[in-house]
Design a protein around this ligand. Sequence first.
Ligand code: PGA
Length: 255
Amino acid sequence: MKKSARKAIIAGNWKMNKTATEAAQLIDELIPAVAGADCEVVICTPFTSLVTAVEKTKGTNIHVGAENVHFEKSGAFTGEISADMLVDLGVEYVITGHSERRQYFAETDETVNKRTKAALEAGLKVIVCVGESLAQREQGVTEELVRMQTKIALQGVTAEEMSRVIIAYEPVWAIGTGRTATADQAQEVCVAIRKVIGELYGEVVAEATTVQYGGSMNAKNADELLGKLDVDGGLIGGASLKAPDFGAIVAAASK
Ligand code: PGA
């Protein structure tokens, strides 16, 4: 199967940016900027902007995602949001295991797995983030680490559910730093991720799974990164907050 048989997905990760009012303005700018896309376009917004995002993107080619989800269905978990709550709003995607959640909010491979499974069970599409720190890259354990993160995140996930799983390779040292992985580095790790998916689910599932790169992807470097055979899209932080930049990345993925 060729890369063209996989769906390229460009997803914006807004992080803790934009009030709902500001989100509405940005979406007004994004709609025309990505209208001609020949790839899947997703915006993952803070919980407080999801209602606005779902409403405003109705009838457009923009899909809406959340940035996190809790693994329990309901109960005494003050401050948390369940997968059913997201589905009920019309949210389609969710990110799990972002490195900022791992770093600042004590997220572990096990809780990433629990969140991923809960989200899939509720019918969401899940963008599972994996990636090594600078120290781990320098220690030469990138592939082992990313393999392990991927394997644990996917424990108990069925081959059928894999059609709703996207893996985002996000080297921690490249996130928000302006320091992008080279296209070859991105390709190398995306291949390693596809290999582990193949070991777990077989070649057909591995070839059909979207593997994104994320970490300082922008309007300038998107072409080169997305030109790589196993880089099937991007998870975009900073550049997703500017409509012309996000539009340019979407255009690069649509070639
Ligand atoms: P960045 O963030 O594009 O700002 O580096 C990417 C991400 O954290 O998903």
